[in-house]
Design a protein around this ligand. Structure first.
Ligand SMILES: Cc1ncc(COP(=O)(O)O)c(C=O)c1O
Length: 452
């Protein structure tokens, strides 16, 4: 075992690390990375189809990114953003993000990552309603199966089944709505009925709580770590209408879907036809080079909080809000997006990827391949006709991940689903490799079931 692995085991508690002894495997120590590839401490190369952790947009280890970051550190390595202080990089980044956001969204709160941006969005919602004289609007709606982060409120808004009962959550103001996941319980023919059911559930919750008490709803345009769940057709637009009707702020958590992963700057409007009140971004925002998050919000919200007779300081933020070095990384990512036409690559190579992935349906244990462009989920079933899931402890997706890893490919496993989120600058050859290695891994797994 490498020295790094020994030190890691001795000292680090990882996010989501399984603490039982039987799960105590040697950690995969990544030493370096280049483009779409990572290299472990033994020098083995892997095609990283996890994309870091959804965040590899322009490729790892780029000289131009390093130069921009290096120059910024020499010029201004930190800047206080509190109260009335700022820095040029944060200001420029805010302007450029708003240029790519849907119309009417021209304001930004910078944070340190996705969870903190979700926290800021919720703070903003509460502040906004108080400024409008509706301080009783405190309750929040989120989806079962959704993921919004790991800080207290972000974890409370997270409706994933595997959230740990050992932690405490805010259950007094957070209310979880029915999951929009159709597979395996519903088939495509029942999509519109399924969608109607979700809308009824939404309205029921509002009726139960009283619209005058509900501050915001938080969406993921496509639920990411909940298993790449694309809600039924028309769902987002209908929920947007309900939010407008009942005066509930619509927050789109685009930590995963934003900044190019599905081929658009932001998916809410461009893909799903919805203009949110607040958009949360992180991950591909800096392509993972440095930590940064952002909550982009509407002029309408700003007018209300700034013009209110109760206007006061927005008493929320972080030491590293608008960090100039993180902001320069994000600016460089936007430059590269524009110069190298990354969104176009996601659309073209992503469409090809979707097409190639259909090959996986040849395997009887593949129940559904879903998602879009560079955001894909492959869900497994023990029996495709009855759509019976595998027993949980069979860990089917984990097995596929392990077999793929031995072949030099990293894919993530969550429950019965493998999540695939390669670098946005991936080439057709690289996505071919993802599909081929997955197919070989599935072949091996199926053979181990004795002629399945
Ligand atoms: C949709 C979504 N929101 C929020 C977060 C939290 O982001 P972070 O881990 O940067 O705090 C994540 C992280 O995976 C996410 O997928």
């Amino acid at each position: 075992m490498s020295l790094a692995a020994q030190r890691d085991i001795r000292h680090i508690l990882h996010p989501w690390q399984h603490l039982s002894l039987e799960h105590c495997a040697e950690p995969l120590i990544i030493e370096r990375a280049e483009g779409a590839y990572v290299f472990d401490s033994r020098g083995r190369r892997y095609l990283d189809a996890v994309g870091g952790l959804w965040c590899n947009a322009v490729g790892f280890g780029r000289g131009d990114m390093a130069t921009a970051i290096h120059e910024q550190i020499k010029r201004l390595s930190f800047a206080n953003s509190f109260v009335d202080m700022g820095n040029p990089r944060a200001a420029e980044l805010a302007e450029r993000l708003c240029e790519h956001a849907p119309q009417g969204i021209n304001r930004v709160i910078f944070t340190t990552g996705g969870s903190t941006a979700v926290e800021s969005a919720i703070r903003l919602a509460h502040f906004y309603w108080s400024c409008r004289g509706k301080a009783q609007k405190r309750h929040l709606l989120a989806l079962r199966g959704g993921y919004h982060g790991s800080t207290y409120m972000a974890a409370s808004l997270t409706g994933r089944e595997d959230r740990a009962a050992e932690f405490a959550y805010d259950t007094s103001t957070v209310h979880l709505l029915a999951s929009p996941k159709m597979f395996p319980a519903h088939d495509a023919a029942g999509e519109s009925d399924f969608c109607n059911g979700l809308i009824e559930d939404f309205e029921r919750q509002i009726a139960r709580l009283g619209a005058e008490c509900v501050a915001a709803y938080i969406a993921e345009p496509i639920l990411g770590s909940g298993g790449v769940v694309v809600p039924p057709h028309g769902y987002h637009v209908r929920v947007r209408e309900l939010c407008r009707r009942y005066e509930i702020l619509y927050i789109a958590d685009e930590v995963v879907t934003g900044m190019g992963r599905v081929g658009e700057w932001f998916a809410s409007h461009s893909v799903f036809g919805v203009i949110p009140d607040v958009i949360v971004s992180a991950k591909c925002l800096t392509s993972g080079y440095l930590p940064l998050g952002a909550a982009l919000y509407s002029d309408e919200i700003h007018a209300a909080i700034a013009g209110s007779p109760h206007a006061r300081e927005f008493a929320h933020g972080f030491t590293n809000s608008g960090h100039p070095v993180s902001c320069v990384a994000a600016l460089k990512v936007i430059d590269i997006f524009e110069r190298e036409q990354i969104l176009r690559n996601v659309c073209r190579t992503g469409a090809y990827f979707e097409h190639r992935l259909r090959r996986l349906l040849e395997f009887p244990i593949v129940g559904e391949v879903r998602g879009m462009r560079m955001m894909i989920g492959v869900e497994y079933v023990a029996d495709r006709v009855s759509r019976t899931p595998f027993p949980k402890d069979f860990n089917v997706a984990g097995r596929v991940s392990q077999l793929a890893e031995r072949r030099g490919l990293l894919v993530r496993s969550c429950g019965h689903v493998n999540i695939i989120s390669p670098c946005l600058a991936s080439t057709p050859e690289q996505v071919d490799c993802v599909v081929d290695v997955l197919a070989d891994s599935l072949d091996e797994l199926c053979q181990s079931f004795n002629g399945c």
